[in-house]
Design a protein around this ligand. Structure first.
Ligand code: NAI
Length: 344
């Protein structure tokens, strides 16, 4: 990995560390993008890649994304990420060793669950290091636990704010009724909104239907006639194919990386569609996970999550004032905050 600083996804990252153990059969990378605002924090992803270059691309992009998400959420944390592209047969032993390797980084990187990792994996990591969050614990023991309801709350409050304070009688199209999407559907239905929903999973469709949602095919949900479209499935759903067909004037959802490319932000703006940048809206999960590490209470998490709608509105105002897309406005707010921290 000697040439990693020449990689197209390199963006002034502070460090790249190889982790793994041949005997245990696991291998991965930890990227530290920035510690300007505090120790770098971001989950560990377990994934299979076509080649080493793809691993590097993912870990560099994801760690940078964490810097932006954490900074925007006003957390005293930088951005980092781990990717394990090979997992050995004795999973617990691999994660214990991974924990020891995280420990050796000396607190510059704090790990947590991401795609492919579980609570028991984090418990194994915690046997070798204190630099981990998302370890399952008994109820009532401070902040922590499932981040999805906090993500759902942040998205719901932001939707309310974008619709002028109430969702009652308004129609919301929700793409994906998974952990966050269904939590959001419950909150919206409880507040009197009309729901349109789609999911590739029949059980999840059924539970959305039980809430009174009108169900549409997955390939048409983005085009549903609604006051607001909430992408809560996978990323890259806003692209050259879907943007011309969008019927809702506002987009606000939980999915990560909703814009397929940077230009899609401009395409939405050209259509006059208001786009609430994903990483500003969906910070509830990381706020909850980091509170566990920071030793904060559930009340502190609630306060931080309730600050999300105001932040989204400020980003949208900045975008309008400066004639840039909301995503560009959010990024420049973060870059200014990082520059200030480095200066201090
Ligand atoms: P999940 O896996 O529980 O839910 C995703 C749902 O989307 C599933 O029900 C799946 O069947 C459905 N789905 C997949 N492809 C679809 C398609 N083409 N059309 C319609 N539905 C489709 O995941 P979760 O945790 O609810 O996360 C949803 C999104 O929010 C992801 O992009 C995730 O990265 C993001 N996110 C989640 C956070 C959390 O706290 N769980 C925090 C921040 C972001």
């Amino acid at each position: 990995m000697s040439s990693w600083t020449a990689h197209p996804a390199f963006d002034g990252h502070e460090d790249l560390i190889e982790v793994g153990d041949d005997a245990l059969g696991f291998a991965g990378l930890v990227a530290i993008h920035s510690t300007a605002l505090g120790p770098s924090a971001g989950g560990v992803r377990i994934w299979t890649y076509a080649n080493e270059a793809d691993v590097l691309t993912d870990v560099l992009r994801l760690s940078r994304g964490m810097t932006y998400k954490n900074a925007m959420a006003d957390l005293p944390l930088g951005g980092g990420k781990a990717v394990l592209y090979k997992m050995g047969p004795d999973r617990a032993a691999c994660f214990e060793k991974f924990g020891a390797q995280i420990d050796a980084i000396g607190g510059r990187y704090i790990t947590a669950e991401d795609v492919g990792a579980t609570g028991p994996d984090m418990a194994a990591v915690s046997r070798s290091t204190k630099y981990v969050a998302g370890v399952p614990k008994a109820d009532g023991d401070g902040a922590g636990g499932d981040p999805s309801p906090w993500t759902g709350l942040g998205v719901f409050l932001t939707i309310e704010a974008l619709l002028g304070g109430s969702v009652s009688g308004r129609t919301i199209a929700v793409q994906g009724a998974g952990a966050v999407g269904f939590d959001l559907c419950e909150r919206l239905a409880g507040a009197g909104a009309k729901l349109i929903a789609a999911d590739i999973n029949a059980e999840r469709v059924a539970r959305a239907k039980a809430l009174g949602a009108e169900i549409v095919p997955v390939e048409r949900i983005h085009a549903a006639a609604a006051d607001l479209f909430a992408p809560c499935a996978l990323g890259a759903g806003l692209n050259t194919r879907t943007i011309p067909e969008l019927a809702a004037p506002i987009i606000c959802g939980a999915a990560n990386n909703q814009l397929e490319t940077e230009e899609d932000g401009a395409r939405l703006a050209a259509r006059g569609i208001v786009y609430a940048p994903d990483y500003v809206v969906n910070a509830g999960g990381i706020i909850n996970v980091s509170a566990e590490y920071l030793g904060e209470t559930e009340a502190a998490v609630d306060k931080r999550v309730r600050a999300i709608p105001g932040r989204v509105l400020r980003v949208l105002e900045t975008a309008k004032r400066e004639g840039v897309t909301p995503h560009q406005a959010a990024d420049s707010i973060v870059r200014a905050r990082l520059a200030e921290a480095r200066h201090a």
